[in-house]
Design a binder for this molecule. Structure first.
Ligand code: 4AD
Ligand code: MG
Length: 483
């Protein structure tokens, strides 16, 4: 019995003139003879030459686009153009038929919107196979990056009682009944009766727990699902997304920026080195997509140029205050072309402002630092106006990418107990509930910093796809939790 060989292995090792058994799905079948088979192990199809004169016609009839088939025969150097090797089949096996009249996928271009409606089948297209192989490679590269630098992978909880970002956009976790909800004497929901004897939610970030780990293990990172019940129907937001959150003791804001930049460059280089065939498929897809846009909105760079550009250039680092200055004095602002005019210091930046800085002004990734404390989370370290005097900004950093906007958000953390407690009081964050977090500042506190990388935003950038719903297998967004 010949054992099955994966197509990727055949292409890599080319064991010519031996008998092989391949299994996969039909991508194309020409002239009752040339079968293009793909098994998902790589982007390439393997050509199988069917001996149609000596094969049962009823079997040939069943070789349809999408069917699951096998072929056993000699691996030979290909006589035809377009491929180096092919299998001359002695035997064809049909494992699963695929009726073309009923199959929603067709061997032609189908829109991403349509494919999103049949997301359970879209893996089978060249585009989505490529996206998900690259997504895997990026996840692996991230683990490798941190492992090689002595970080420990920390599994922070998915169910938690804390709201790390203080933004309140949480999905509740409960086993309480909806009809007979237990109530306290004051008429409030009695969470003492709930599974955890308290109110709980799905995590919005593993940061606070990662900080606990960093205070002993030195350098940790999380890589897990996070959940946000923000009602954002955009091409950049998901209700369930994956986040990578490193946290490092004794790092300050500059170390934090260096780490984030090194990580992004490393993982993008990894994709360039290891995903060339899949990137080529997506680059061609993007070229087609760009053709349907007006000339002035088309990108000047193709996908691989864009990736290489990020790898080869240092990111621009400027403060929020400098950014406001640039934006305020831009022609765009003066001519009233921003939907949200830039009034002055203190306002949050809109994505049109972020994109202006990255795509028009600097034309490269930008790290914005030292934001007003008012628009950032409670745990960020307060900057000093001068020695010992708190200023209005915090040691925050956001990394902005072309076409994406914010891809990373992070900060140096407030390690001074008194300052942290004051800030929490100002923001009405209950100290009792975060006693465990405050304990890190009570006992052996030290300077530390970390950030969060939105994994899907990274995959979006590297694959050149335009909607975040197309880079996660089963997207969750308002009104959708299919599968
Ligand atoms: O800026 P955010 O909210 O920061 C945090 O959660 C911090 N606790 C991170 C840290 O310092 N450890 O989120 C971090 C990143 C964003 O920059 C963005 O890339 C991504 O997570 N992100 C989302 N991605 C997809 N859908 C959403 N709804 C997202 N919200 C944030
Ligand atoms: Mg942010």
């Amino acid at each position: 019995m010949t054992r099955r060989t994966k197509i990727a292995d055949l292409i890599r090792t080319e064991p010519l003139n031996t008998e092989v058994l391949v299994k996969g799905w039909v991508k194309a079948f020409r002239n009752n003879q040339f079968l293009a088979l793909n098994d998902g192990s790589c982007a390439q199809n393997l050509q199988v030459v069917v001996d149609f004169e000596n094969t049962d016609p009823s079997l040939i009839e069943r070789i349809k686009f999408g069917a699951s088939v096998g072929a056993r025969g000699q691996l030979l150097e290909s006589q035809g153009k377009g491929q180096r090797i092919e299998v001359k089949a002695d035997e064809i096996y049909i494992y699963g038929d695929c009726n073309p009249d009923e199959y929603p996928l067709q061997p032609k271009k189908q829109t991403l919107e349509f494919l999103r409606e049949i997301a359970h089948l879209r893996f089978r297209t060249n585009t989505f196979s490529a996206v998900f192989r690259i997504r895997h490679a990026l996840a692996y590269a991230i683990h490798k990056f941190f492992n090689d630098r002595g970080f420990y992978y920390l599994h922070t909880p998915i169910i938690t009682a804390s709201d790390a970002e203080g933004a309140g956009e949480m999905f509740r976790v409960t086993t309480l009944p909806f009809d007979k909800t237990p109530r306290t004497e004051n008429g409030e929901v009695d969470f003492k009766e709930d599974f955890f004897r308290r109110s709980t939610n799905l995590t919005v970030s593993g940061q606070l727990e990662a900080e606990l780990g960093a205070m002993a293990l030195g350098q940790v990172y999380t890589f897990g699902p996070t959940f946000r019940a923000e009602n954002s129907n955009t091409t950049r937001h998901l209700a369930e997304f994956w986040m990578i959150e490193p946290e490092v003791a004794f790092n300050d804001l500059n170390d934090n920026m260096d780490l984030a930049e090194d990580m992004l460059r490393y993982v993008i280089q990894y994709a360039l080195d290891n995903c060339a065939d899949d990137l080529k498929i997506l680059e061609e897809r993007l070229i087609e997509e760009e053709k349907s846009k007006p000339q002035d909105q088309r990108s000047e760079m193709n996908l691989s140029d864009k990736l290489r550009f990020v790898v080869d250039n240092r990111f621009e680092r400027i403060t929020y205050t400098e950014a406001i200055h640039i934006l305020k004095n831009s022609n765009q602002n003066k001519k009233g072309k921003f939907q949200f005019p830039v009034e002055g210091w203190g306002t949050d930046l809109q994505s049109e402002h972020e994109r202006y800085l990255v795509e028009k002004h600097f034309k490269k990734p930008v790290i914005l630092t030292n934001y007003p404390a008012e628009i950032k989370a409670f745990y960020m370290r307060q900057d000093e106006a001068k020695e010992g005097v708190p200023g209005p900004t915090v040691s925050a950093m956001d990394i902005l990418f072309p076409g994406i906007g914010e891809i990373v958000g992070g900060s140096q953390r407030e390690e001074r107990l008194e300052r942290l407690v004051n800030r929490m009081r100002e923001m009405h964050i209950p100290e009792e509930e975060l006693y465990w977090y405050l304990d890190t500042r009570r006992f052996g506190s030290c300077e530390h910093a970390g950030f969060g990388l939105g994994f899907e935003r990274l995959v979006l950038f590297v694959t050149g796809m335009s909607n975040i719903r197309d880079v996660i297998a089963f997207p969750r967004y308002p009104g959708n939790a299919e599968f």
